[in-house]
Every structure is written in structure tokens, then in C-alpha cells.
Design a binder for this molecule. Structure first.
Ligand code: ARG
Length: 388
């Protein structure tokens, strides 16, 4: 009997997939990845076994997710199409990598996921896995099975006594991890419709946020955030803390029309309080410590890095090469950024670093001025020379 490792979420699609794969004569090993979606993993494991999985692996990947995926994206200032901080996209290569490891442990010859054929996530899973082990067979039940509608799928689940709760059906499709929430479908499919308040869980509305601003200070070491208000946090705890304080101040909501790799435009709402705070703070610190050429060049690299993440190309040579470049730029990105969180706004109000390139004696218009204004004369003659 052939063995398949299924990335299992516990929802209707992946539960039906267990049964469906068994009908195709596969021995199904389920893998549940805990990336901070805050679910009852014992119950999900139980469900997988009841549905027919021969074995279940539950992996807590939260720390690895923050240190090896989220923080590199922060160091890169990665943001897709000027809006999306890639919370969902970053989790996929991590889950896929572990899926390959489990496949090797279990001597499985195939892998499966519950993604549809219309989205980006199928690309991220399958591309990562193809790059790590090209010999594995890929199965995407949702792309090929016979159910035309969700109701048909529910009938199938009922017929096979698959224990899924589809009673309180949410109109939304939601992906959650410790770094952010992605919400689509339902009324959100109308790009003109304002997102209803009920979709948000990480953030309060600006109207409900405190009337007084909250100030925070974030310290970075070599481009990595290490403490908040002088207190050192483990990476995971740091993200949780910033989500909490940002969320309370309505920071991190994003409403985007984005271009999927498969060519479809889609409307997605994101909640990413910690991400937005860190993105703004990190960039600000870089503005203080990077020289002009590096700063400008890095601005060309960041969108490319984001695009690689978005398009499932985490395990490619270019991604590794850019990591080497980015790490080199981060050597002096050490210092502190002060931010003001207020009713949905995240405003940088101060920055300092022992590697600061800001020189008061050059910038000032006050009495400490040491800039020799006469130098400008010759410089300007040369600057205009090529055009005259
Ligand atoms: N559009 C985002 C991406 O491609 C999120 C995808 C998952 N979203 C969801 N609501 N299930 O990364």
C-alpha cells in the first residue's frame, strides 16, 4: 500500500481528503502543524484518527516560524504589493519542509494538501516540496475530486461519518497563524463593501481603541527585534506581545486587492499588528544607520524578496543569495525605535543607534554647524557640468 503524508488542518476539506485518499488505496499519515492558530490540537488529532488516518504527527513549529521565517522577512522589509506582510505565505514553506521530513521518516512516497486550484498556497506547498525532494508524488484532492459544491462535500462527510462540525458555517475563509490573520470570501468578495467588524479578531476597531496613545520602544540587534520597552523577549513572546499592544490600538488592519500568482485578482483582509509595528520600526532604524547607496539598493531588493515569498520560491537559490546580501546589510541595524500607537495608526516618533550616521554638526542650522558651505560651490559646478 502506498503511503501519503497529508497536511491536515482538521477542517472539512482535509477531513474529506483523508477518506478520499483511502478510497484511492493510500495509507494516510496526517501531519498537523501548529503555527499558532490556537486550536485544540488534541481534538484535531482525534478527528484525523477517527476519520481513518493510520498515524498523526502534531508538530509545534511556532518558534521556528518566528525565528527562521518571520524575522528574516522583517530584516528584508518584505511587503507584497505595498500592503501584505505575508503571514500566510511565510508559513507554507515551513509546513512543507516538515511534510517532507515526515514523508522521509514514514517512508511515504506521496504528499497531499487541502488547497484549491485557484490560490497561492498550492504553489507554495508544491514548489517547496518539489525543490526539497523531487521524487515525491503530489496529490491535491480538492483540485480533482468530484464534489461540485460544498453541500455535496458535506453529504460525503455525513455518509462516511467524518466527524466535522459544519453547523455554524462561516461565510469567510480564514487563515490564522501567530503572525497574522488572512480573511476572504463572503461579503468581502465585493471590493466596494466595507469589511464588517465581525471578521477582526487580532484588532479592535479604531473607534473602540483607547483615546490616549500608547508609546512603545522596540530594540533591534543586527536587524532582529530583541526587546520591548527595555525588556528582553524570546522571539515568539515578542511577536505575541506586539500583537497584543498593537491589536488594542487597532494597528495592523489591511484591506487589499492583490494579484495572485495564478492570475486572479482577489480581495483579502489582513490583521498583522506585530508585523506592521516591526516593519515600520525596522525600516526606520535602517534609515538612520545605512549609508545612502545601501539604503537605496535595499529598496530594490525588498519587493523582490517579498515576491519570492509570495510566489512560493522560498527554497530557491535566489532567495538564499538575497539572504546573504540582507544579512550583510544588517550588521549595524542595532538600536531603538520609539513608536506611538493611536487609533489604528502606528507612528514612529524617535530612533537612536550607536551606529547612527546622522551627524548633527552637518545637519544643524544652529550654532554647532560645522559644514563648510563653500564646498557646495565646486560640487554644484561639477554636478551640472555633464548637461551644459
Ligand atoms: N492571499 C493570501 C496569500 O496568498 C492569503 C491566503 C489564505 N487566505 C485565506 N483567507 N484563507 O498569502
Amino acid at each position: 500500500m502506498k503511503k501519503v503524508v497529508l497536511a491536515y488542518s482538521g477542517g472539512l476539506d482535509t477531513s474529506c481528503a483523508i477518506k478520499w485518499l483511502q478510497d484511492k488505496d493510500y495509507d494516510v499519515v496526517a501531519m498537523i502543524a501548529d503555527v499558532g492558530q490556537g486550536e485544540d490540537f488534541d481534538a484535531i488529532k482525534e478527528r484525523a484518527l477517527k476519520t481513518g488516518a493510520s498515524k498523526v504527527h502534531v508538530l509545534n513549529l511556532q518558534k521556528e516560524f518566528v525565528s527562521d521565517y518571520v524575522f528574516p522577512a522583517i530584516r528584508a522589509n518584505a511587503m507584497y504589493e505595498n500592503k501584505y506582510l505575508l503571514a500566510t505565505a511565510l508559513s507554507r514553506p515551513l509546513i512543507a519542509k516538515h511534510q517532507v521530513e515526515i514523508a522521509h521518516k514514514e517512508k511515504a512516497t506521496a504528499v497531499a494538501h487541502g488547497c484549491t486550484g485557484k490560490g497561492n498556497d498550492q504553489v507554495r506547498f508544491e514548489t517547496t516540496i518539489r525543490l526539497l525532494d523531487p521524487s515525491l508524488e503530489h496529490i491535491a484532492p480538492v483540485r480533482v475530486w468530484e464534489f461540485k459544491t460544498r453541500d455535496e462535500e458535506i453529504d460525503y462527510a455525513k455518509k462516511h461519518k467524518i466527524p466535522v462540525s459544519v453547523t455554524k458555517k462561516s461565510p469567510y475563509s480564514i487563515d490564522i497563524n501567530l503572525y497574522g490573520r488572512s480573511i476572504e470570501c463572503g461579503i468581502l468578495e465585493d471590493p466596494w463593501a466595507e469589511p464588517p467588524e465581525e471578521i477582526y479578531h487580532f484588532t479592535v476597531s479604531p473607534e473602540k481603541a483607547p483615546d490616549k496613545p500608547t508609546y512603545i520602544e522596540v530594540d533591534f540587534k543586527d536587524g532582529t527585534p530583541v526587546s520591548i520597552d527595555g525588556k528582553v523577549y524570546e522571539p515568539l513572546a515578542l511577536i505575541n506581545k506586539l500583537n497584543e499592544v498593537g491589536g488594542k490600538n487597532a494597528v495592523g488592519r489591511v484591506d487589499a486587492i492583490e494579484n495572485r500568482l495564478v492570475g486572479i485578482k482577489s480581495r483579502e483582509i489582513y490583521e498583522n499588528p506585530a508585523g506592521l509595528i516591526l516593519y515600520l520600526a525596522h525600516q526606520e532604524l535602517e534609515s538612520l544607520v545605512l549609508d545612502r547607496e545601501t539604503a537605496h539598493y535595499k529598496q530594490l531588493i525588498s519587493p523582490k524578496y517579498a515576491q519570492l515569498i509570495y510566489n512560493g520560491l522560498w527554497e530557491t537559490p535566489l532567495k538564499k543569495q538575497l539572504d546573504a546580501y540582507i544579512n550583510e546589510t544588517q550588521k549595524n541595524v542595532t538600536g531603538t525605535v520609539r513608536l506611538k500607537l493611536y487609533k489604528g495608526n502606528c507612528i514612529v516618533v524617535g530612533r537612536k543607534s550607536k551606529f547612527s550616521r546622522y551627524k548633527l554638526q552637518l545637519a544643524t542650522y544652529g550654532s554647532e554647524d560645522q559644514f563648510d558651505q563653500k564646498m557646495a560651490e565646486g560640487f554644484l559646478k561639477l554636478w551640472a557640468m555633464p548637461y551644459s
